[in-house]
Design a protein around this ligand. Structure first.
Ligand code: FNR
Length: 189
């Protein structure tokens, strides 16, 4: 553990709600992780226009997408934290991924990616994770498999202020982040 070189991690969040549980999890990650991970938040999915091939042809990529693609290319890994909407990936997040997938030197290719989810229901966003994995397969990402983090029901695991109050949940996140760190380092040898 001591003197491990730091790893740069980009986080993306599928919810734009002010009191989003998923955004709360993103904010909690630095305090939960061991000191070897450095987190940088990607743009809000609300700031990305709907993917439009005409817009891409005429104006090129939105500046937020060009910047994000660069961040991901330079990062050691990506963590996507998202709710489940109607058993799947929220539209805003899918839209962001669709834009990024169009950028040159597609940045998710061979990039280690970890998925986390929080939902109001007891399955914790499991079905969203399954769909997101399918998308990331097409992008040729190195999708971290297990342990999985699917947190639900959110109201039983977070306080009203958005703090994770359930100790086993914090521990599960800590363990997963440590394993993700090892997973990334396996590719760097
Ligand atoms: C939901 N929610 C939800 N939950 C779930 O477990 N499975 C689902 O399929 C859905 N579908 C769904 C669709 C839409 C449009 C909304 C708005 C919500 C509930 C969802 O888990 C809950 O609202 C979370 O709190 C949303 O995450 P944030 O915004 O708190 O991060």
């Amino acid at each position: 553990m001591i003197n491990k070189p730091k790893l740069d991690i980009v986080t993306l969040c599928g919810s734009v709600r002010k009191e989003s549980y998923n955004a709360a999890l993103v904010r909690a990650l630095p305090a939960i992780a061991a000191g070897d991970l450095v987190f940088r938040e990607g743009p809000s999915v609300a700031d990305i226009p709907i993917y439009d091939g005409d817009l891409e042809s005429i104006s090129g990529f939105p500046s937020a997408i060009t910047a994000l693609a660069g961040l991901i290319r330079e990062a050691d890994g990506v963590i996507i934290v998202s709710p489940e909407y109607n058993y799947s990936v929220p539209g805003g997040l899918k839209n962001l991924l669709d834009w990024v997938s169009r950028t040159p030197n597609q940045p998710f290719a061979k990039k280690p990616v970890l998925i986390q989810s929080v939902s109001g229901g007891p399955l914790g966003g499991a079905r969203m994770q399954h769909h997101l994995r399918q998308i990331l397969v097409f992008l040729n990402a190195r999708i971290f498999a297990r342990p999985e983090v699917m947190i639900g029901p959110a109201s039983a695991k977070f306080s009203a202020e958005g703090v994770i109050v359930d100790a086993p949940t914090r521990e599960a996140v800590r363990t997963q982040l440590a394993e993700f760190s090892d997973y990334i380092r396996e590719f760097r040898i």
